[in-house]
Write a protein that binds this ligand. Structure first.
Ligand code: NAD
Length: 495
């Protein structure tokens, strides 16, 4: 398969004429090539998006929403094919791939509905015969930069609210999943999106991503990826006074108290730690357990984790799919070495699983971990989780909050008072009670605090904020000069 850039309504080659391979991570075999673009392609794409902006902005929002309904319908129609291709290019097991596509379908329909709402506010004026309201306005050209781990869902969280609100988009996907980005954009085109409203440029982060972030006509940058790259994006965009939305790394924990349902907690931990091979920003890479139930929980976890079957995500017999690429595989294994070096014990896993060409890592559980160890503090982004014992609920909350990230936290308990205390005291953007750290729904805000985010959220109504500016409007129908804050003195009594 030869994927292309999509600029101004046409599939085109890069100005560089170079290409790069995209691989199936389960086999290591190439499945296609994509343009290895540079800043010239970004310039062309931004010019197209800037040209398309005014007519798109003036298209009524309900009409923009209708196109999103059609996008949702097309994605639903293509769900199975797209999900199978998602497993082939990104690796996650097929049921999870279907979930990835379903999230984009849900987001399309949700944002389609917003096209008929896009609520503003009206408030009373402090002066008579004066009307006061605030409306949401579009911002302009949006730069969208995405990772590979949710290669259909994450672009939808950004592109759909952006275009619903009247912006146009230049989309730079991860170099690991160019085929999925292409199929995502194909659905938008087939739904009738006008040329230039969404443009796609493939290529490496350093060249293409930086050119997009730096381009003077790009008014908003919405980035999901690592905290390291996100900081660079923020610095670059900040110097140019752009709106920047960052969704970055995570180091999420599940706390299991001594009154918890241990079977339920075991299910939640396995799903959150090893689902998507741990390659989720919300993955549970820490388990904080009260000492009295530590042995019982550990026994259940090790037994179940060591029985998980690795393999190609398209096979029904596979529980855990591959790691995205060799670089990530090497990084994951280096953390096993780091953990061992710091004194952690590996209870299960801890090795690369060689199956001839693919990139696989065994589900790994570290024990005898303390909250200061690197495996407890740093994002590994693989199928690895660390067990830490605590004596009290308070100690558990403190350990949970001790990391630089702030995405997702979970508590297993039967004590409703502790549940509410945790909701109050967890310092993360997502909180789960008696459920693992993964499984966000698109109608609520999604995002994190501290090193995970920069104060914005995607999804839900909050997901519109970054793609709109507030415009406050005052309409004075008194026929005379009325001065706010000054003439209000005269308004007491009959006036
Ligand atoms: P990454 O930071 O390496 O890359 C993310 C995107 O940024 C890619 O498209 C990449 O090409 C681009 N990029 C790289 N360098 C750039 C630069 N200098 N300027 C502009 N763009 C650049 O991340 P990844 O490996 O693709 O994804 C994994 C990371 O994403 C993990 O840290 C994970 O936690 C995070 N993530 C976060 C969320 C969230 O919502 N918080 C969701 C999914 C993934």
């Amino acid at each position: 398969m030869e994927f292309k850039n999509y600029i101004d309504g046409r599939w085109v080659e890069s100005a560089t004429a170079r290409r790069f391979d995209t691989l199936n991570p389960a086999t290591g075999q190439p499945i296609g090539t994509a343009p290895d673009s540079d800043e010239r392609d970004i310039d062309a794409a931004v010019a197209a998006a800037a040209h398309a902006y005014r007519p798109w902005r003036l298209t009524p929002a309900p009409r923009r929403g209708e196109i999103l309904y059609e996008i949702g319908r097309i994605l639903r129609e293509r769900k199975e094919d797209l999900s199978r291709f998602l497993t082939t290019e990104m690796g996650k097991v097929l049921p999870e791939a279907r979930g990835d596509v379903q999230e984009a379908i849900d987001m399309a329909f949700y944002m389609a509905g917003e096209g008929r709402r896009l609520f503003g506010v009206t408030v009373p004026s402090e002066l008579p015969n004066k009307f006061a309201l605030a409306i949401r306005d579009s911002v302009g050209v949006v730069g969208v930069i995405t990772p590979w781990n949710f290669p259909v869902a994450i672009p939808s969280w950004k592109v759909f609210p952006a275009i619903m609100a009247g912006n146009t988009v230049v989309f730079k996907p991860s170099g690991d999943t160019p085929g999925l980005a292409t199929k995502f954009v194909e659905a938008l085109i087939d739904a009738g999106l006008p040329p230039g409203v969404v443009n796609l440029v493939h290529g490496p982060g350093a060249a293409v991503g930086e050119a997009l972030v730096s381009h003077p006509q790009v008014k908003v940058v919405s980035f999901t990826g690592s905290t390291h790259v996100g900081r660079q994006v923020a610095e670059r965009a900040g110097r140019l006074n752009k709106k920047v939305h960052l969704e970055m790394g995570g180091k999420n924990a599940i706390i299991v108290l001594d009154d918890a349902d241990l079977d339920l907690a075991t299910e939640g931990i396995l799903w959150s730690a090893f689902g998507t091979s741990g390659q989720r920003c919300t993955a549970a890479s820490r388990v904080i357990v009260q000492r009295d139930v530590k042995d019982a929980l550990t026994q259940r976890l090790v037994e179940r984790a060591s029985a998980l079957r690795l393999g190609d995500g398209l096979l029904d017999t596979t529980d855990v799919g591959p790691i995205i690429n060799q670089r990530q595989l090497t990084k994951i294994h280096s953390y096993t070495e780091i953990g061992r070096g710091e004194g952690a014990a590996v209870l299960t896993g801890g090795e690369v699983w060689a199956n001839g060409g693919g990139f696989f890592y065994q589900p790994t559980i570290f024990d005898q971990v303390t909250p200061t160890m690197r495996v407890f503090q740093e994002e590994i982004f693989g199928p690895c989780t660390s067990l830490v014992s605590v004596d009290s609920f308070e100690e558990a909350i403190a350990a949970n909050n001790s990391v630089q990230y702030g995405l997702s936290s979970s508590l297993y308990t039967r004590d409703v008072n502790k549940a509410f205390q945790a909701i109050r005291d967890f310092d993360t953007g997502l909180v789960y009670i008696n459920h693992g750290t993964i499984g966000a729904e698109i109608q609520l805000p999604f995002g994190g605090t501290k090193g995970t985010g920069n104060g914005h959220r995607e999804a839900g109504i909050a997901g519109i904020d970054v793609f709109t500016e507030w415009k406050s409007v005052y309409i004075d129908y008194s026929g005379r000069l009325q001065r706010a804050q000054i003439d209000t003195d005269k308004l007491t009594g009959a006036n």
